[in-house]
Design a protein. Structure first.
Lengths: 296, 296
């Protein structure tokens, strides 16, 4: 296995490889797609996909298109989330958001195009294995996993609940729904898809699903904590917006101490799920620890 | 083969079957998706997919999820196109547009969710044929065809050029680019995908691609003509908007007589491409004729 930064470097060095040239008539579309991809990011989701595939004995270069697709989906969700009609954010990762640079219409289309490119990629990649039907089936399973968790009962359902939450009394069930779907689904998708590409067995799939859901929910709870006590310069985005917009935030509803406790509990549970794999799973154990103490 | 209306009835009776229930926390998302689907429509794209598959000897029930996916993609593109930041339309098919009913944020998410559901569907359907690898490959090819032509070098590139055209002098090349990508790509996708599902040969694929591109471009030219001399009540949308927004419109640039001539030439060329199939292709011949004389 490689280190987090080695996987991340691999992602970054191929990041815009799959952004096709639409010709001069629509060149601005590709410009807008690349802008939001290249503005930076932790690349957590694509790294998880490569690492999971690698862990289970798969080929990371086979997994690369799926990993990039995850980053395209994550990036489209941020572009649309930042729009004036949604969270109305001017800054993302310390840079002007897509609609501030390209205008609202192009930001909507750039988001649509990143999601479409992900779909185009994951329906194209399995065809490389038409001569090896078992592999082709594994690939299409991974494709379906990604699209399902990104979709109308996954990430987008989470975004919907997040917006709906603005006009409701904060509620523990609604918060859990938002954590699971808005955030954890798109962290679980790469882990499961990576394993599927490597044709991992059901036990491994089940253990890593628990791990991924736990770190996914933990990730959102930490985000909620950082919205209150984070460093705006480090975060590169406007903080304190949850209170201002009346968003469901775990730390507001349960208190910041309870939030930190839950974060710690989830991290421990995530690591525990991988204990059968011992030291071999150290990449994922360390990652869970590092996510718990991230400050941006 | 069935009649156009029989295919359409089949589509309409299954139209929302693939709209999943996200639970009460995000119920409004499914409501918004269903609203725009059920507001009506010609169902031209899904009918073309079923008919093409049927023509080439495929199973129409196997093709149904792909046909529905095409309508989901078409509908998402209309929802996003109608947004205030895009064409700012209050009416579509005589009914209030999505953002007028559900607000802008939900309209953005409903569009995203319809595109995602299409991607989820076309990556899920091939798995039913994991035991028949040749069929599975045909299905993935159809999935990829749909996603490519809907994507960043297809329909979305066309939308981008359409918006860009508002601030440019009307130009014949740009108009052709818009016709091909904004409109013809999403008419060609169902025809080719339907044939792919039926494992049609290359000659048939080639002839029908010419047919579909021709009727697709013709469809857009007629839309341009109707924007000038159509009946607003019949069309169910605001007309005369192209001139108002400075859009590239074939009839403005080339004149309305030249537009009608080109419409007729394309319709004849489309039918000519299918002449090797004689009467067997009468469904598609009649459809080309009926599209030429449609008044809404």
């Amino acid at each position: 296995m490689l280190s987090f930064n080695e996987y991340k470097d691999l992602i970054n060095s191929h990041l815009t490889d799959l952004i096709a040239d639409p010709g001069e008539e629509a060149a601005v579309l590709a410009d807008a797609m690349r802008y939001s991809l290249e503005v930076g990011g932790k690349r957590l989701r694509p790294v998880l996909l490569l690492a999971s595939c690698d862990f289970a004995g798969g080929e990371i270069m086979e997994a690369l298109p799926y990993a990039l697709s995850l980053e395209y989906i994550h990036t489209y969700s941020l572009i649309h989330d930042d729009l004036p009609a949604m969270d109305n954010d001017d800054l993302r990762r310390g840079k002007p958001t897509s609609h501030k640079v390209f205008g609202e219409a192009m930001a909507i289309l750039a988001g649509d195009a990143l999601l479409s490119t992900a779909a185009e990629t994951v329906t194209g990649a399995p065809l490389a294995f038409a001569g090896i039907p078992v592999k082709m089936a594994a690939h299409i399973r991974a494709a379906h996993e990604i699209m399902s968790r990104a979709g109308a009962t996954g990430m987008i359902a989470g975004q919907t609940a997040d917006i709906r939450g603005e006009s409701l009394e904060p509620d523990a069930d609604l918060i859990r729904y938002i954590e699971l779907h808005k955030t954890a689904d798109l962290i679980t998708a790469p882990v499961r898809a990576g394993l599927m590409l490597a044709e991992a067995d059901d036990d491994m799939l089940s253990a890593f699903t628990t791990y991924a859901l736990d770190i996914g929910v933990a990730f959102q709870i930490l985000d909620d904590i950082l919205d209150i006590e984070g460093d705006q310069a480090l975060m590169g985005k406007t903080l304190g917006k949850d209170a201002e917009q009346g968003k469901c935030n775990y730390a507001y509803v349960h208190g910041i101490d309870a939030a930190k406790e839950e974060l710690h509990r989830l991290t421990a549970e995530a690591k525990d799920a991988l204990s059968p794999y011992g030291d071999k799973a150290s990449f994922f154990m360390s990652l869970a620890d590092s996510l718990e103490i991230r400050n941006h």
